[in-house]
Design a protein around this ligand. Structure first.
Ligand SMILES: [Fe+2]
Length: 283
């Protein structure tokens, strides 16, 4: 009996000693056989970031790929600007296609952490990238949590954090619109969450994490800044240098990420298509 019919048909190659693996041999425009899908998900849980090489999905194909793993999460009404509201166009171009000089999402964050069910996974597909720089950087929140002293881990285990779109915008000097505020009210999540498949604990924070519930805002903010400084030390970080055709799928439950603005964003376009997979309430 053939062993290959339903066996995974891709290869995995670690991208760094910290996290991440490159996946070769799949064409994600087509539905994945069940066994392959399971193997992809297992690799996603293990490596936190998967980079599918040589992919060329249009928006509908990216949606179909994402839906194989669950339910799509909608985006903020203010950050779509596409014919398809489930695909967020990450871009530094204005409506006429000219580079604006602005790069979004340069602060460490976990996508949609202000939602009741923050994203399980983000899928980001490179369309146009600058010749150098513009990496997407990831920090491993499991490793960062496990590296904390035992006493601090015990103290943080019971802490709840208020995540706020309003406050994260305000800290960047942007006033959230009434529409955005109605769409994304403050949300409380545990600072330490368990990853269901492995039972390992991860810090859950990032730029939308505003303060500790029941404590003075500034005190919690300072603690979160200090924790983030620890969590994004080089030993926990992987920077993904994009190649044409790369599509990343990463685990938002246990990573912080950011875009590296280390390129001339007034000159070079950087355009990616983003879909998000809805997760569960962190616990
Ligand atoms: Fe993001």
């Amino acid at each position: 009996m053939s062993m290959t019919l339903d066996a995974p048909v891709f290869t995995l190659e670690p991208l760094s000693p910290v996290l991440g693996a490159a996946v070769s041999g799949l064409d994600l425009r087509r539905p994945l056989p069940e066994a392959t899908k399971r193997a992809v998900y297992d690799a996603f849980v293990r490596y936190h970031v998967l980079c599918f090489r040589d992919q060329h999905l249009d928006e509908d194909q990216q949606i179909a790929f994402t839906e194989q793993f669950g339910e799509l999460e909608r985006h903020m009404a203010s950050n779509t600007g596409t014919r398809n509201p489930l695909v967020h166009i990450v871009t530094n171009l204005d409506k006429d296609g000219n580079p604006t000089g602005k790069v979004a999402s340069t602060g460490w964050h976990s996508d949609k952490s202000f939602r009741p069910k923050p994203s399980l996974a983000t899928i980001l597909h490179a369309q146009v990238m600058p010749p150098e720089g513009g990496e997407t950087c990831f920090a491993d929140m499991i490793a960062a949590y496990e590296a904390l002293p035992t006493v601090e881990r015990a103290e943080l285990d019971g802490v709840k954090v208020v995540h706020s779109w309003k406050i994260s915008r305000a800290r960047m000097g942007i006033v959230a619109t009434p529409e955005e505020l109605a769409d994304a009210p403050p949300m409380v999540h545990p600072l330490v969450r368990a990853i269901p498949e492995t039972g390992r604990k991860a810090l859950f924070m990032g730029e939308h994490a505003a303060y500790f519930e029941g404590q003075p805002e500034d005190e919690g903010h300072q603690r979160l800044l200090a924790l983030t400084a620890h969590a994004v030390e080089e030993r926990f970080v992987y920077r993904h240098k994009w190649r044409q055709g790369d599509m990343l799928m990463w685990d938002n439950r246990c990573l912080l990420h950011r875009a590296n603005p280390n390129f001339d964003a007034r000159k070079y376009p950087r355009v990616l298509h983003r879909t998000c997979l809805r997760g569960h309430a962190p616990a």
